[in-house]
Design a protein. Sequence first.
Length: 142
Amino acid sequence: MTKRQQLVDKITSQGMGGFDQPSPVVSLEDFFTRNDDRWSIGCNLDQHPGLPKFFDVLRAIRARSEVQDVLVMIYEYVEDDETRWPFSERVYVITTAPAEQLAGWATELQPTEVLDDGFVGGDPAATPECQPGMKVLSLWWD
């Protein structure tokens, strides 16, 4: 089984969301390991920093003491096209930090916005319980 198929299986086990329903989330390793599809995240960026940079910056954010976890939201995927990686437009960061601080940590990734609105559509199936004092922010690319 390919890494992409393993990822698709994790996505489908959570359901694909829908109107006012949570979209699936996966770990940074699930999303970035063996991913070479530049269009899978940040596709609107004129100067895309590259997938290795996305992975490095997001892992550095996750390693911070103010951060519980970083999860990639899956917006869509094409199940029967092995050439296309699942697509994300949003990364959730569970943290005690304010949105302005997260924006500074993620500057190199050029998010369109840093949002303080929690999980879109409710808690995804694969979401850990937030530790005391933590909130859900998101990095969003339009």
